[in-house]
Design a protein around this ligand. Structure first.
Ligand code: NAP
Length: 571
């Protein structure tokens, strides 16, 4: 029976974001009988897979390792049509999940959370929404995504262009007429590589503006027949068990032989095999030394450079497409389908803007330091304010009005990537420094959501209604994440893994901001499991003197009399 105070609070938990994370989180909360809702800025659910509608958008993870694992019924019902499923199908899948578990009724769309302020006296969060409402909740769960804030270049004249222009994240949902059009793509990251390969034979002319090339490798996609899907269904337990024991949360297991212990011939034999295999094997089933040992990385990068040369007819273009500033795999590897072959087409040209920098956008196109180019369409495939961007875009304030954006301005600090000192009852199932960013996202999401939900259950069982990380635990975790970068060559790369984005003030330098947990899935799971098993060492519950405002040592009765709600968890 609800207490009088409980009537004053809108929800026990509010989940922000109805993407892969938010969908699973609301399922868990609803199953426990927790009064919860999801607030989503977009008009519908799906997150990444709702927003990104650009041609070629598809998984780089094997579809059957990307889907949720929590329901056997769901696994049995859903048929993945392709090994690497495309955006429309992925969105269909997420809708299928939401409908199957009747989750849509717990979601509110078109409401962007602009502010989330912790009210210390009442121990609740007040959320200010774009539609003018204020909602209160005991707990806030952030499922806002790692790559959900698109960033545009800061170029003069961008508003002058008379044709169509948009970021890939905002590719018009009604589609774009490409036939016969002169199209520019700015950027050569994973997104651009998918778009370029897909539209090269559909447009009139395609001009790619490349600042730095990326190491891309073949996706090797294929259809999944009924018989293959039946086999996958039989093997689901085994597949998820493999994902759980690999560092990246994929089916691809690192080759555990020492790079220098096998002959050059054996190394090349492995690479030849991996190059023709589907997915991230070329990256993640490779020798582990390529991530840490400069010489091993250089040898493998040269192998990949040769692969690029073999696929491109014009040697000058080929050399331009080979990265020089970083080795293979130290940035997120884009997977491609005939990307390199696109440059063999007569209607495709590459403009090296490292040589001739962009100077601005004109009414008719793009100006570089040496030429003007006319276009009908400009596509900005210029990436995201990654990992912390979505948090920075909400005015999140914890105890004493401390701003999360301010706290993280030189890089995030968290406990396990899921809790933040000074921000009670704020849960980040896939936060910075958690296992998510560097691994197969949904696998990590399930791990994070389960851990956060277990924490809520623990609190309910122990009569707690306030939780936060201790500053000491946060400092320890952040140092641990930081130290791991020391071993990885990725620390030297300018990529979103290290907080680099030339379009976001403060992120241009590409200095390491310790965004990502690099210890791999098994270690992450073991560590967070140990914390839970210890009764949540590193975490404080119901901090004395805060809830009751009775000063240190405030009595339990002080606290309870000031509670507005106890978490109601159905047993
Ligand atoms: P990205 O990897 O950050 O690439 C952005 C590209 O735009 C880079 O080539 C960058 O050049 C260029 N760029 C940015 N600002 C520029 C400017 N002002 N002038 C000129 N060039 C500029 O972004 P993304 O391609 O959208 O990919 C981000 C992440 O999304 C990926 O790493 C991946 O994790 C995820 N993603 C996943 C999939 C999938 O699962 N299938 C598909 C697409 C993306 P510089 O390199 O010189 O900065």
């Amino acid at each position: 029976m609800p207490t009088r105070d409980q009537d004053l609070i809108d929800y026990e938990a509010i989940v922000i974001g109805a993407g892969v994370c938010g969908i699973y989180q609301i399922k868990k909360l609803v199953d426990l009988g927790i009064r919860a809702t999801v607030l989503e800025a977009a008009p519908d659910l799906g997150g990444t897979w709702y927003n990104n509608r650009y041609p070629g958008c598809r998984f780089d993870s094997e579809s059957y390792t990307y889907g949720y694992s929590f329901s056997r019924e769901l696994l049995d019902k859903w048929h993945w049509r392709e090994r690497f499923s495309s955006q429309p199908e992925n969105l269909k899948y997420l809708n299928f999940v939401a409908d199957m578990f009747a989750l849509r009724r717990h979601m509110q769309f078109d409401c962007r959370v602009e502010a989330a302020h912790y009210d210390e006296a009442a121990n609740l969060w007040r959320l200010g929404l774009s539609d003018g409402r204020t909602l209160t909740a005991r707990f806030v769960v952030l499922g806002t995504g790692l790559l959900s804030i698109p960033t545009l270049p800061r170029l003069a004249g961008m508003d002058l262009f008379k044709g169509q222009s948009f970021h890939t994240f905002h590719w018009p949902h009604e589609g774009v007429e490409l036939a016969g059009k002169r199209v520019a793509v700015i950027g050569t990251g994973a997104t651009a590589i998918q778009v370029i390969a897909e539209i090269a034979d559909k447009v009139g002319e395609l001009t790619v503006f490349q600042r730095r090339p990326n190491w891309a490798a073949p996706l090797n996609n294929s259809l999944i027949s009924e018989a293959e899907m039946a086999d996958i269904r039989r093997r689901y337990d085994e597949i998820f068990a493999t994902c759980a024991r690999t560092p990246g949360g994929f089916e691809h297991e690192p080759d555990r032989r020492g790079f220098w212990e096998v002959s050059r011939e054996e190394r090349v034999k492995l690479w030849d095999e991996l190059y023709d295999k589907p997915g991230f094997g070329i990256w993640l089933a490779n020798f582990r030394e390529i991530f840490m040992d400069e010489a091993a990385n250089a040898e493998f990068s040269e192998y990949m450079a040769d692969r690029i040369r073999r696929r491109i007819k014009d040697p000058v273009t080929a050399e331009k497409l080979i990265p020089r500033d970083h080795g293979f795999g130290v940035q997120r590897v884009p997977l491609e389908t005939y990307y390199y072959e696109a440059y063999n087409r007569p209607n495709v040209r590459l403009v090296d803007i490292a040589e001739t920098p962009l100077q601005g956008i004109t009414a008719t196109g793009i100006r570089t330091s040496t030429a003007d180019y006319d276009f009908d369409i400009i596509v900005y495939a210029t990436g995201f304010d990654a990992i912390t961007g979505a948090y920075d875009h909400i005015d999140i304030r914890g105890t004493g009005g401390e701003s999360l954006r301010e706290k993280w301005k030189d890089g995030p600090s968290t406990f396990l990537g899921m809790l933040v000192a000074g921000f009670p009852n704020l849960l980040l199932p896939s936060g910075p420094q958690s296992g998510s960013a560097s691994t197969n996202y949904p696998r990590a999401i399930e791990i994070g959501v389960n851990w956060c939900t277990d924490l809520l259950q623990y609190m309910a069982a122990h009569g707690h209604d306030r939780v936060e990380a201790t500053p000491a635990a946060e400092e320890r975790w952040t140092r641990h994440v930081t130290d791991m970068y020391g071993m990885m060559l990725m620390r030297k790369a300018k990529s979103w893994f290290t907080g680099y984005n030339s379009n976001v003030p403060g992120h241009e330098a590409g200095r390491i901001r310790y965004f990502v947990y690099n210890g791999g899935t098994p270690k992450f799971v073991a560590t967070i499991g140990k914390v839970a098993a210890s009764g949540y060492e590193g975490v404080v519950f119901d901090a004395p003197g805060v809830i009751g405002r009775s000063g240190p040592g405030g009595s339990r009765s002080d606290k309870t009399s000031h509670r507005t709600a106890d978490l109601q968890v159905r047993s």
